[in-house]
Design a protein around this ligand. Structure first.
Ligand code: E4P
Length: 215
């Protein structure tokens, strides 16, 4: 399973990239706005770290404009995946971009039928937002289970990228149901490595080590 960071903070990405556990990055217009920096400058810095998959979202809303923006984003760096929203225009744009060899991440997916359509038009990734579904009293992980099953039934190559992840249990459950990727905030990725018994155990080992005769 691949682990992506859902952020536009180059500092956060660099920190996780250095640990060796990071497989990719997803950004969106809200995350980019939080950084207060120019989008393309941020994208170049992320790509220059060597991150192999970096999702950059179009903000156009018509199919033709999405295709033009997608081509531009793809041309910035070979690691770029173009994020396109799940709308009728987005489906048309994805069909064109995918046919040209651009890897598209279809975003803002909230139903299994939307995910089926994303696969049919050739999206490389589908991004169901599970935290936002949980917020609406709908179990987001049930959607992941459905999409994984549908893609397996028909051997669609589209990868399931679990998005809007809020806590480590989302990552654990996504791994158990066989999702390909989970993208998460920095704080959630940090928590994947933490356990109080690890910290206590290490403190005890170091304290006992002081009693070992040296020299
Ligand atoms: C995914 O690509 C999105 O950027 C993201 O996961 C949305 O998460 P949110 O619901 O926490 O904004």
């Amino acid at each position: 399973m691949k682990l992506f960071l859902d952020t536009a903070s180059v500092a956060e990405i660099r920190t996780m990239w250095e640990t060796g556990i990071l497989d990719g990055v997803t950004t969106n217009p809200s995350l980019v706005a939080k950084e207060g920096r120019r989008f393309e400058e941020v994208l170049r810095e992320i790509c220059d770290l060597g991150v192999p998959s970096v999702s950059a979202e179009v903000v156009a809303t018509t199919a033709d404009a999405m295709v033009a923006e997608g081509r531009h984003l793809r041309g910035l760096h070979p690691a770029i995946y173009v994020k396109v929203p799940m709308t009728p225009a987005g489906l048309r744009a994805t069909k064109v971009l995918a046919a040209e060899g651009t890897r598209v991440n279809m975003t803002l997916v909230f139903s299994a039928t939307q995910a089926l359509l994303a696969a049919k038009v050739g999206a490389a990734y589908v991004s169901p937002f599970i935290g936002r579904l949980d917020d609406q009293s709908q179990v987001g992980m049930d959607l992941i289970r459905d999409i994984v099953q549908i893609y397996r039934n028909y051997r669609f190559p589209t990868q399931v990228l679990v998005a809007s992840v809020r806590h480590p249990i989302h990552v654990l459950e996504a791994a158990k149901v066989g999702a390909d990727i989970a993208t998460m905030p920095f704080g959630v990725m940090e928590k994947l490595a933490q356990h109080p018994l690890t910290d206590l155990g290490l403190a005890r080992f170091l304290k006992d080590w002081e009693k070992v005769p040296k020299g």
